[in-house]
Design a protein around this ligand. Structure first.
Ligand code: ZN
Length: 85
């Protein structure tokens, strides 16, 4: 079994955005939509290259892109609360 854990990804304003299965250790740079546990902002419905914003404070969360053939969000490090795994 792969090691990893579920982490809460939050905006710096405190809004919970989604929960994510992080495999291994390290900083979270990008998140695959398919590995999200609770997609609270509806990221899974967005087209590639859209830039979702925090529903509470309106800051840009990142950009939706295809990484290795999977839909993912590349997180805007300035907006997302740093998570350590
Ligand atoms: Zn926010």
């Amino acid at each position: 079994m792969k090691t990893g854990k579920i982490v809460n990804i939050e905006c710096k304003c405190g809004k919970l955005l989604f929960r994510y299965f992080k495999a291994g250790k390290g900083k979270i740079i990008k998140c695959f939509i398919g590995r999200m546990e609770n997609d609270l902002v509806g990221l899974g419905k967005l087209p590639t290259f859209s830039k979702p914003c925090c529903p509470d404070c309106g800051k840009e969360l990142g950009i939706i892109m295809m990484i290795h053939g999977e839909v993912a969000i590349k997180l805007n490090q300035g907006t997302i609360k740093p998570v350590r795994v």
